[in-house]
Design a protein around this ligand. Structure first.
Ligand code: NAP
Ligand code: HSE
Length: 438
C-alpha cells in the first residue's frame, strides 16, 4: 500500500519556522513511522530572501509571497509562523476557506480574530491548530481540551511569558539592569518582534484570552482585562517582596465564579508566597496552575519560549493534523463555543478581591505617612504592613505598604487620591498579592 504524502508550507522562517524545519527534518523518519504518512516540507515564505539564516534552504523553496503558499493546491498544511495580525490573518483565512489545515503559533492573531478564524474553519471544513500559541512547549491546549474535558475551571493562573520571567529572574538573581536582560532575551529568540508586547503584558493577555476561550467558551478582549506589565518594576521591588516573604511573577489570572456566573481575566505582576511552586519557576520557563472542579489543582511547567520548545509544540500540531487528514475528525475539533455556550458576564471591579503592595516615593518629612494612611482609610483600604526606606531621590523616602483584602475599585480610587497628594513625588507602583493556596 502506498503511504500518503502530506505537503507542508511554512509561512515565516524566523526563530520558530527554522526550528520546525530543523527538528522535523531531523526526526522525519521516526515521525513518519508513527503517523503512517510522509511529511514533505514543500515551501517556506520569508520577507527578505537575502537574509542569512541558521537553517539553509534551497532558493527554489523560498518565496516572499505567503498567500501563494496558502493558495497552493498541492499544500495540505499551512504553518503560519510570521506573527502580526494583517498578512497572517489573510493567510490563515485563505487557507481555511480552501479547507486546509492551518497550524499557528500566533496568539495575537487568535486573541484578536479567534472568533472569525474558528467560524471560517467550521464553515469551510478547514481546521485550525494552535498548541504553540500559549506557553511554548507546554501542551496546555491539549490539557484543557482533552485531558481535563470533564472539568469546569474556577481558576487558572500562571506565568505565560518567557521573556518577562527571564528578565525578572535575572534582575532578582544578578541585579542585572532591565535593558541589558531584555536585549539578551531578544538575542535568545524569546522576545516578540515588538518587545513591548512582552514587557507591557499584552502577549500574556493574548495567551490569557486563548485560555479563557478554551476554558469558558468566551472571547475576552484585552480592553476588558486589567493588563499591567513589568517595565515599572525595579530591583528594589524584588528586594522588598523578598523581605516580605514573596517572589514577583508576571501572571495571567483567569477566575470564574460559577454561582454568580462571573468571569475575570487579568494580567499583572504578582507577589507570590516564596513557597508557592510557581514563585520558584525561573528563567524562560512558564508554569500554569489549572484548578478543575473534578480533578482539583494540576500544574504544568516547561520552556515557554525559544526555537526548540516552540517547534516541539508546532510539530505536535502537525502530527495531529496528519492524524486528522489520514483518519478523519477528532474530539479536538469541537468548537468551544459550540460545547460551552457563553453564559457568564465579566466580573465588575468591586468583586475582584486581592491584597495589594503599594510603593510610594514621598517627601521625607513629618506627617506624610499619616496623610497616606488617612487617604487609604477613606476608601476602606486597610494597611497590613509598612516598610520605610531610603529613596534614590534626594530628600525623599520610599514607602512600601501592603494591604488587607480589598478590591480593584477601592484601590483605583485610592491611587487617584494618592497621586494627588503633594507629598507623593512619583506615580505609585501597585502590585497584587496572590493568595492562591488550594
Ligand atoms: P521571527 O523570528 O521574527 O520570524 C518571523 C518570520 O516571518 C521571518 O522569517 C520573516 O521573514 C517572516 N515574515 C514576517 N512577515 C512576513 C511577510 N509579510 N511575508 C513573508 N514572510 C514574513 O518571529 P518568531 O519568533 O519566529 O515568531 C513567529 C510567530 O510565533 C509569532 O506569531 C510569535 O508570536 C510566535 N511565537 C514565537 C515564539 C518564540 O519563542 N519566538 C514562541 C511561541 C510563539 P524574514 O526572516 O525575511 O524577516
Ligand atoms: N515572546 C513570547 C514569550 C514567545 O516570551 O513568552 C512565546 O510565546
Amino acid at each position: 500500500m502506498s503511504v500518503p504524502v502530506l505537503n507542508i508550507g511554512i509561512c515565516g522562517f524566523g526563530t520558530v519556522g527554522q526550528g520546525v524545519w530543523q527538528h522535523l527534518s531531523a526526526n522525519r523518519a521516526r515521525l513518519e513511522a508513527r503517523l503512517g504518512v510522509r511529511l514533505h516540507l514543500a515551501r517556506a515564505a520569508v520577507r527578505d530572501l537575502g537574509r542569512a539564516r541558521d537553517v539553509r534552504l534551497p532558493r527554489r523553496l523560498l518565496t516572499t509571497d505567503p498567500l501563494a503558499i496558502a493558495r497552493d493546491p498541492a499544500i495540505h498544511i499551512v504553518c503560519e509562523l510570521m506573527g502580526g495580525t494583517t498578512v497572517a490573518r489573510q493567510v490563515t483565512l485563505t487557507a481555511l476557506r480552501l479547507g486546509k489545515v492551518v497550524v499557528s503559533a500566533n496568539k495575537a492573531l487568535i486573541c484578536e480574530h479567534g472568533a472569525e478564524i474558528m467560524a471560517t474553519a467550521r464553515r469551510h471544513g478547514g481546521h485550525f491548530f494552535f498548541e504553540a500559541s500559549v506557553a511554548g512547549g507546554i501542551p496546555i491546549i491539549k490539557a484543557l481540551r482533552e485531558g481535563l474535558v470533564a472539568n469546569r475551571f474556577p481558576r487558572i493562573y500562571g506565568i505565560l511569558n518567557g521573556t518577562c520571567n527571564y528578565i525578572l529572574t535575572r534582575m532578582r538573581e544578578q541585579g542585572a539592569p532591565y535593558a541589558e536582560v531584555l536585549a539578551e532575551a531578544k538575542r535568545l529568540g524569546y522576545a516578540e518582534a515588538d518587545e513591548s508586547l512582552d514587557v507591557d503584558g499584552w502577549d500574556t493577555a493574548h495567551k490569557a484570552a486563548v485560555l479563557a476561550w478554551l476554558a469558558h467558551g468566551v472571547w475576552v478582549r484585552t480592553d476588558q482585562m486589567v493588563v499591567e506589565g513589568i517595565s515599572r518594576l525595579t530591583p528594589a521591588d524584588l528586594r522588598n517582596a523578598a523581605t516580605l516573604g514573596y517572589g514577583i511573577k508576571l501572571l495571567a489570572v483567569i477566575t470564574r465564579d460559577f454561582r454568580r456566573e462571573e468571569l475575570s481575566v487579568r494580567v499583572h505582576p504578582t507577589l507570590l508566597p516564596a513557597g508557592d511552586v510557581i514563585a520558584n519557576v525561573n528563567g524562560v520557563f512558564n508554569a500554569i496552575s489549572v484548578t478543575g472542579d473534578v480533578v482539583g489543582t494540576t500544574l504544568y511547567s516547561g520552556r515557554g519560549a525559544g526555537r526548540d520548545a516552540t517547534a516541539s509544540a508546532v510539530i505536535s500540531d502537525l502530527a495531529d493534523a496528519a492524524a486528522l487528514l489520514r483518519h478523519g475528525k477528532g474530539a479536538h475539533l469541537l468548537g468551544e463555543d459550540a460545547v460551552a455556550p457563553a453564559r457568564c458576564r465579566l466580573a465588575p471591579p468591586e468583586r475582584i478581591l486581592s491584597r495589594y503592595y503599594v510603593r510610594l516615593t514621598v517627601r521625607d518629612e513629618p506627617g506624610v505617612l499619616a496623610r497616606v494612611a488617612a487617604t487609604m482609610a477613606r476608601h476602606r483600604v486597610s494597611i497590613a504592613t509598612v516598610i520605610q526606606g531610603p529613596s534614590e531621590r534626594p530628600r525623599a523616602a520610599s514607602l512600601v505598604l501592603t494591604t488587607h483584602q480589598s478590591d480593584e475599585r477601592a484601590l483605583a480610587r485610592t491611587l487617584r487620591r494618592l497621586r494627588a497628594l503633594a507629598a507623593v513625588l512619583e506615580d505609585p507602583v501597585l502590585l497584587r498579592i496572590g493568595d492562591f493556596a488550594p
